[in-house]
Design a protein around this ligand. Structure first.
Ligand SMILES: Cc1cc2nc3c(=O)[nH]c(=O)nc-3n(C[C@H](O)[C@H](O)[C@H](O)COP(=O)(O)OP(=O)(O)OC[C@H]3O[C@@H](n4cnc5c(N)ncnc54)[C@H](O)[C@@H]3O)c2cc1C
Length: 434
């Protein structure tokens, strides 16, 4: 055990915590006996306080591939294995994770716990749709097999349950066949929110869609680029995954501010043309553009940043996004990154985030007045029947969060009945009374 200062990807909040590392599996029962209030930690890519607690259990020791069936693509691996490691081993054989987030540096445990979504949610749903079975360690109960058939309540609570149902030891995941390591990408420049949302509807049949939207304070959400992707058929399967270059240190002040955001957005949208542009791009570049830089979050300086991600039902999309844009403009604050996606129907998990509609993720440098703005945005989202993503949150109020999640009470009851509510806790679970 060592004690150190630690934070999620947004570098807000920072806390001092006791860090325990899992070595051998046999050590887990004794380790968890030791802990009074702890939470598992994968690769720390959740932005806020989902993986923060007085005591943190690092899962990177759970790093073994256990079995793979080349006929069906079913992979069994320990929970500390990352999506990057899966891609490194299985992409050359024509297999790829069925759902990937905007970074490959997440563990299987973290992907299940947040029930992550990708650019194909409108076709394939969340990560858990491809999970056949989980091996879960619960301090009071030992190791349990959890699937849609065995302990189904626990399966629906664990997928999206942010580590609060126990320690995920193993995951059985169905990989998807891909014809190559490349994506045929079409980029379309769009002016105006209405045009952006119409383009999503028009390209719904495409497997992957995502829009990068300008959210600088001058004209928030006023223009963007829609990226449409399909797996390329006639291209190589083998590529060398790039080694990220590091942002070497934390600058004394944030390099991300309203001026740098304006310049970045101007440069980004300037290169786009109204004529759709076709490119053949490596999977890595299409799915994980930010992974080019390790520790890019350091650019936000010592105070860090907050990512704010919500979803609103489709028929409320235009109204909600217009209201959000107006509030951002009024506040004078800018979001450095704004990523818009279309979600398909929700699943049965108690706390999974996606529901049919539009989701927007915004990155705000931590500044005075930010929480006031976000409180106002919360009210717009609630009015529109939307909800918020736990993996990105560091500040929501319990009364706001719970309005979006009708199965929250079942989740709480299950945790209590398994004796998890005292021992397994994060800062977030305490703040939101999960
Ligand atoms: C650049 C970037 C882009 C992203 N894009 C997306 C996106 O497009 N879609 C999306 O859905 N998410 C996205 N995310 C968020 C990320 O996918 C999730 O936060 C994911 O959970 C991080 O996994 P991790 O292994 O780093 O877990 P951590 O951040 O370490 O932990 C996240 C949660 O998982 C729990 N957990 C981790 N391991 C275990 C385990 N073994 N057992 C039980 N619980 C465990 C933790 O307790 C915590 O609650 C993005 C993050 C970044 C930094």
């Amino acid at each position: 055990m060592k004690e150190k200062e630690i934070a999620g990807w947004g570098r807000y909040p920072k806390i001092k915590a006791k860090i325990y590392e899992i070595g051998e599996r046999e050590e887990i029962p004794a380790l968890l006996k030791h802990i009074s209030q702890g939470i598992p930690w994968g690769l720390g890519r959740s932005y806020g306080d989902s993986a923060l607690a007085q005591e943190i259990i690092l899962t990177k020791g759970l790093k073994h591939f256990l079995a793979f069936d080349p006929q069906t693509g079913l992979l069994r691996a320990e929970a500390g294995v990352s999506l990057r490691e899966i891609i490194q081993v299985f992409l050359p054989q024509g297999w790829f994770p069925p759902v990937v987030p905007g970074t490959q540096f997440v563990t299987l445990g973290g992907a299940v716990a947040a029930d992550i979504h990708g650019k194909n949610h409108h076709h394939h749903g969340c990560f858990s749709e491809f999970v056949e079975e989980i091996l879960l360690f619960i301090p009071e109960n030992g190791i349990l097999r959890v699937s849609r058939q065995e302990n189904p309540e626990l399966f629906y609570a664990t997928c999206g349950g942010m580590g609060l149902t126990g320690l995920i030891l193993e995951v059985s995941l169905r990989l998807t066949r891909v014809p190559s390591a490349f994506i045929r990408q079409t980029s379309i420049f769009l002016a105006g929110l209405e045009e952006i949302l119409t383009a999503f509807e028009e390209h719904q049949q495409a497997l992957y869609t995502v829009a990068w939207v300008d959210c600088s304070s001058t004209n928030p959400l006023g223009r963007g680029i829609l990226l449409i992707g399909e797996h390329a058929q006639e291209a190589p399967l083998k590529i060398r995954l790039q080694k990220p270059r590091a942002v070497p240190f934390v600058p004394p002040v944030s390099l991300v501010n309203s001026w740098s955001i304006r310049i970045f957005n101007w440069l980004y949208t300037k290169q786009a043309s109204r004529k759709p542009r076709l490119d053949l791009v490596p999977l890595e570049k299409f799915f994980f553009p930010l992974d080019k830089w390790a520790h890019w979050h350091r650019l936000y300086g010592p105070r860090g940043f907050l990512q704010y991600q919500f979803v609103v039902p489709k028929d409320q999309g235009l109204y909600a996004l217009r209201e959000i844009a107006q509030q951002i403009k009024k506040s004078g604050l800018s979001s450095s990154l704004a990523v818009l996606k279309l979600f398909g129907p929700e699943n049965k998990n108690f706390l999974s985030f996606p529901m049919e509609g539009y989701t927007l993720a915004l990155d705000f440098p931590y500044t005075e007045g930010l929480f006031r703005l976000l409180d106002r945005l919360d009210q717009i989202i609630l009015e529109c029947g939307g909800r918020f993503y736990l993996a990105k949150d560091a500040r929501l109020k319990a009364s706001v969060f719970e309005k979006g999640y009708p199965y929250l009470e079942r989740f709480r009851k299950l945790r209590k009945s398994l004796g998890l509510d005292k021992k397994i806790q994060s800062l977030q679970s305490r703040r939101l009374a999960l």
